[in-house]
Design a protein around this ligand. Sequence first.
Ligand code: URA
Length: 210
Amino acid sequence: MGQHLTVVDHPLVQHKLTLMRKADTSTASFRQLLREISLLLAYEVTRDLELTTLRIDTPMQPMDAPILEGKKLALVSILRAGNGLLDGILELIPAARVGFVGMYRDPETLQPVEYYSKLPNLLEERMTIVVDPMLATGNSSVAAIDLVKKKGAKNIIFLCLLAAPEGVARMKEAHPDVPVVTAALDECLNDHGYIVPGLGDAGDRIFGTK
Ligand code: URA
């Protein structure tokens, strides 16, 4: 992850994202697509994980085989929409440690208000992937990363589905050391802090609320 922003332009990711954006996509389909796209994004975001070797016996002979090095990854979901991304990633990385940060956006100020946090231990020794589908103003993402850094995390990646230029700029200013990985960089935010063209309210679309 050399650069600050990576857009995952894989055709499968782009195709699934288009289906998710459509206003008439059902909750069930939206969830299924999010699960599938999470697997593809997780593949991309873990590309630079360090490997070591383990001496094993195949049925044929012993060999030194590659295996992930170091402590288990930490995934930190920003509630509640982050959980939609989290589920798919956990299928690919079932041994990951999982933390949650509860933030809601004050509709007046658009500032994040923290109401819950529970994070894995030894974050300083883990790669930490903070997940939230929408990087909009960047306020809650920046606040969540402030929190994981306070808990010791050093090697952090932020993973989202859609990013607005405003959010990317805010993240770069506050956390230039944290690469942002997204499936698309959209045009801008509207007056309510929603990404356009976007996909609407990710939490509502995942959980079928309004
Ligand atoms: N959160 C969402 O769910 N959607 C947006 O467009 C912006 C923030």
